[in-house]
Write a protein that binds this ligand. Structure first.
Ligand code: ATP
Ligand code: ZN
Length: 286
């Protein structure tokens, strides 16, 4: 039997849903991974291990898993000899310094001599060293945000997404140390065969990511403005133009990037475009 590429993903937690989703969207189907430690893909040479996110960098370094999906924050904290092969765009958060709401903050030098509670001692001590700050790091594994109110620390360094947890604990974010998202990490000595499977997987993931950033657009345009409209809609190569039975009008099909989307729609309307339809794209291969 051909060997499979082994991927480690979080068993349960904030990364699990989106990690499974990205594999499913890449067309990879599983028998049923619920409450299991392992699942086999049925239509792709991939085996999934469900683990705690903190253990994933070590497993990938040791080659127990060949690749893994983990937050960049965890990958940097564990500081293992593995590499990032793709950024996945989900589980976005930041690792930030927060202090009690009523305290003043002028800059990192204010951390001098302070007690800092965090679950990220490696990242924090590197950051302090880089900024030439001497401070005491208290490593705690959870509920870091309560440390100042119980007198354990003056300052915390913790993950933030909306900031509401900080706010309810009387803290304010004063500095961002790291912007994090989920990354696909890989063992550094994969075989040619394993790299071949990884390439196929990356190709599929990228087709899905590109599709998410783009929309298929169809519209009716007066022929006199077709040139101007085509300039606004570059498409993958160039837009498709089909004549309508109504003389003087054409149907134009193209692909637009999400970021430019509203801007483009406004311009199209100004050029007399009508009946604009926008459709999601499932996969996009250039
Ligand atoms: P495990 O049981 O696997 O150890 P955990 O409790 O350490 O899970 P989660 O809370 O599920 O971890 O978070 C996993 C990852 O999700 C984080 O390391 C981070 O990359 C990302 N994340 C995104 N937003 C947030 C947030 N608001 N708070 C915490 N983590 C977040
Ligand atoms: Zn964890």
């Amino acid at each position: 039997m051909e060997k499979k590429l082994k991927i480690a993903i979080q068993k349960s937690g904030r990364l699990n849903d989106d990690s499974m989703k990205i594999l499913k969207e890449a067309g990879i189907e599983f028998n049923n991974g619920l409450n299991m430690l392992k699942a086999d893909a049925i239509n792709f040479p991939l085996e999934v291990f469900f683990l705690r996110d903190d253990d994933i960098p070590q497993y990938v370094e040791d080659g127990i898993a060949d690749i893994g999906i983990v937050g960049e924050n965890v990958m940097l904290e564990k500081n293992k000899d593995i590499k990032i092969v793709d950024r996945l765009g989900f589980s976005k958060c930041r690792l930030s310094i927060a202090i009690p709401k009523n305290e003043k903050y002028k800059g990192v030098q204010d951390l001098q001599g302070k007690r800092i509670a965090t679950s990220y001692p490696t990242i924090v001590s590197k950051y302090l060293k880089k900024n030439k700050i001497a401070a005491e790091i208290h490593e705690i594994s959870g509920s870091v945000e309560i440390a100042p109110s119980i007198g354990l620390a003056d300052v915390i360094v913790d993950l933030v997404s909306s900031g509401s947890t900080l706010f309810t604990n009387g803290l304010k974010e004063v500095e961002v140390i790291l912007k994090s998202e989920a990354v696909l990490v890989a063992n550094k000595s994969l075989t040619k065969y394993q790299l071949g499977i990884l390439d196929k997987l990356l190709f599929r993931i990228n087709a899905v990511k590109k599709a998410k950033n783009n929309k298929y657009i169809l519209l009716n345009a007066p022929n006199k403005n077709l040139d101007a409209i085509c300039k606004i809609l570059p498409g993958m190569k160039s837009p498709t133009i089909m004549p309508l039975s109504d003389k003087g009008w054409s149907s134009v099909h193209s692909v637009v990037n999400e970021n430019d989307f509203w801007d483009i729609i406004e311009k199209l309307k100004a050029l007399g475009a009508q009946g604009i339809l926008v459709v999601p794209i499932e996969k996009m291969i250039l």
